[in-house]
Write a new protein. Structure first.
Length: 389
């Protein structure tokens, strides 16, 4: 079989922020050696359409695996990426009329049926992680009805199989760095590290607006710290990667796993730096100190509300005091900190809410000021009323 793996546009074409396609790179490793494969990340080219055309016409794929990572645009932009995902599928269909077109990735998982309806060129798509079923998806004897989590077309309808068991994270394949070369992503990003590293999947909390438990599972699946560090070491030694972003929903939870990870990183002396999203109420002086020694370069917080009303509404299971306490910890340890909040949450319509949010923002700025460690503050205006709120 001839398999073409394509990372579809995840940012504005030509945008600086590049993210290594770690999910698709793991799936690429699972293509059997007897098959022929070719990979394309459309984000690496300011104008990927001629490149896509040349690749499809030159390679003549029998199966095309499209990864749909995000539909929402980069921060500060308003345009959905749906049209570039749909255009990619339409071009592939036109240039390789008999190829099996598959889709997957976080954005596909979230909007699977809608995307199947909007993009008729997709034959089948996967909801959830791909490692367990990918070899069946690309096999010559493809049987959609037998593949867990698959959404496919049959009898003029869109059908969906129930999701199967989650995989053991200690069996994750290495990313295929031969076809998706990490070197192509280096040194351009202003906001985060281009290289992702997985420490876990899933989250045991259930904040009211968050889809991470749906995407990765409602409990943590932990990867052994030595395996995480092995992957970082390999990427450092073979590709010179010195900065990683943990793709975990929450890096510092559960605490014992996080401490073990920091210990492994310290012992291995890799000389790498890393970042990730942290939970405020799981951070204390001990873990902050260990993390600093283990290479922590920046903490991203995503409390997502600055009022007690907002935190309760989002079901964050923490209050303003925990947010302020975590800020004091990062200030004491001089850790570069990035804060994300939503403003204009449903019900935050009284002047008392605005006053409370403003006062809490002042308190945070005052905490960070002496250490000058508040790197950025992202506030997003909430314009929807999520169903569960
Ligand atoms: C880590 C992360 C980031 C990091 C990435 C850092 C890095 N260097 O990797 C940062 C913070 C930079 C980031 C930024 C953004 N992100 Co983000 N991010 C994530 C997160 C938490 C994990 C993604 C990940 O790497 N997972 C690990 C890999 C191994 O898994 P995977 O990619 O899902 O791949 C698996 C499956 O999806 C499947 N699969 C993938 N492709 C394919 C293809 C086929 C054919 C098949 C069958 C299967 C398959 O198999 C893979 C292996 O199991 C997800 C949420 C989530 N839990 O998925 C959000 C998420 C993907 N991000 C999202 C968004 C919106 C963004 C931004 C646009 C935010 C912004 N406004 O700037 C930017 C875009 C950045 C860019 N240029 O691409 C959304 C996308 C959904 C949407 N609504 O559009 C998500 C889902 C979060 C959310 N809001 O719900 N992100
Ligand atoms: S702790 Fe973070 S990742 Fe987990 S459910 Fe809440 S917002 Fe989502």
């Amino acid at each position: 079989m001839k398999i073409l793996l394509i990372q579809c546009p995840t940012s504005h074409l030509g945008a600086g922020e590049k993210v290594y396609p770690v999910g698709l790179a793991r799936l690429s490793t699972l293509v059997p050696p007897k098959d022929e494969k070719c990979c394309l990340d459309m984000n690496l080219s300011p104008d990927p359409w001629p490149v896509l055309k040349e690749t499809v016409l030159g390679f003549k794929p029998q199966v095309v695996a499209l990864s749909f990572r995000n539909i929402d645009p980069l921060a500060g932009h308003q345009t959905s990426y749906l049209s570039s995902l749909a255009t990619t599928a339409a071009m592939v269909r036109r240039l390789a009329p008999t190829a099996r077109i598959l889709a997957g990735g976080p954005a596909f998982s979230m909007f699977a049926r809608r995307l199947m309806a909007e993009i008729p060129e997709i034959d089948a798509g996967l909801v959830g992680e791909g490692e367990r079923v990918f070899s069946h998806l690309i096999a010559a004897n493809f049987d959609p009805a037998a593949i867990d989590g698959l959404v496919y077309r049959a009898d003029g309808e869109i059908k969906q199989n129930p999701e199967g068991a989650a995989i053991d994270l200690n069996t994750l394949p290495w990313p295929d760095t031969t076809t998706f070369a990490p070197g192509a992503y280096g040194g351009r990003n202003a906001y985060v590290a281009a290289m992702g590293i997985e420490g876990k999947r899933g989250c045991d909390l259930a904040c009211g607006y968050c889809l991470y438990p749906f995407l990765g599972g409602r409990r943590f699946r932990l990867r052994a710290p030595e395996r995480i560090v092995d992957e970082m070491q390999r990427l450092k030694e073979e590709h010179g990667i010195g900065l990683f972003h943990f793709t975990d929903p929450v890096v510092n939870r559960p605490k014992n796993h996080f401490i073990a990870l920091c210990d492994h990183l310290r012992q291995r002396k890799l000389d790498v730096a890393w970042t990730g999203f942290f939970r405020e109420d799981d951070l204390d002086d001990r873990t902050a100190g260990l993390a600093r020694e283990a290479g922590l370069a920046a903490i991203y917080f995503s409390a997502d509300a600055l009022t007690e009303h907002g935190l309760a509404l989002l079901q964050k299971r923490m209050g303003i005091e925990e947010i302020l306490a975590a800020a004091r910890v990062t200030a004491r340890h001089k850790i570069l900190t990035v804060q994300h909040v939503l403003v204009n949450l449903p019900g935050e319509d009284r002047s008392a809410h605005f006053e409370e949010a403003r006062a809490n923002l002042e308190r945070l700025l005052t905490i960070h000021a002496p250490a000058a460690n508040l790197g950025a503050w992202y506030s997003t205006r909430c314009v929807c009323t999520p169903r569960r709120l």
